[in-house]
Design a binder for this molecule. Structure first.
Ligand code: PRP
Length: 210
């Protein structure tokens, strides 16, 4: 695996991933596990965020404190990416949230772009693309393309589960984008679903299965 793909290795990640994979997990349980894993992904993906130092008065003495000095943008891909927003906002309350709407055409597996809230100027300093699933990589690439056109130069992709095919595509087509994921699964099947995978994250998050 190339250095620009970070896969979290942690026993708690393994346990929460098992909750996501289990088809018996309820919608509530699925959403909770997505939150936990998003927080862990965010912790890793924000490790190089720059801060400025300022004095802070504790009840005892004055010491160095830190403020985030970068404009952070969260770009969730509708629908499933929405579930990753709250845990990121909890960590970085000043983040701006810019939604992108995309779905995969069932027949072609090509992404269809149906909504964009991205502005035309004033790009953020760093953008985090949020989507629990990176399958063919088509949706992520389309999102990254829009964010680049906005003018953002530092983009990170956060997915909970990824396929080798999706990772390879991002590495080939936008190697400057760092990918953070909890696991790289075995493969895509003939329907372009991740195997073993977790099904359709959007449906499971929003109770729209069947
Ligand atoms: C899923 C998933 C990603 C996309 C991944 O969304 O949440 O957005 O597919 O597939 P890709 O890497 O092959 O593009 P889906 O199309 O099911 O839309 P939904 O979230 O609205 O259900």
């Amino acid at each position: 695996m190339k250095h620009d793909v970070k896969v979290i290795k942690h026993p708690l990640v393994d346990c929460h991933l098992t909750t996501l994979r289990d088809k018996a997990t309820s919608g509530a349980g699925f959403r909770q596990a997505v939150k936990m894993l998003s927080t862990l992904l965010a912790y890793e993906a924000t490790a190089n965020l720059k801060t400025t130092v300022r004095p802070v008065e504790t009840p005892i003495v004055t010491c160095d404190g830190h403020d985030l000095n970068r404009r952070v943008g969260l770009v969730p891909i509708l629908r499933a990416g929405v579930a990753m927003v709250e845990p990121m906002l909890d960590l970085i309350p000043t983040s701006e949230v810019w939604h992108l709407g995309m779905y995969r055409d069932e027949a072609t597996a090509q992404p269809v772009h149906y909504y964009s809230k991205l502005p035309e100027d004033s790009p953020v300093d760093v953008a985090f693309v949020l989507d629990p699933m990176l399958a063919t990589g088509g949706s992520a690439l389309m999102a990254i393309d829009s964010i680049k056109k906005w003018g953002v130069t530092e983009i990170k992709m956060l997915s909970i589960i990824a396929s080798p095919e999706g990772i390879a595509r991002l590495q080939n087509e936008c190697p400057e984008v760092q990918v953070h994921t909890c696991v790289v699964d075995q493969r895509l099947n003939e329907d372009h679903f991740i195997v073993p995978g977790l099904g359709d994250a959007g449906d499971r998050i929003f109770n729209t299965i069947g």
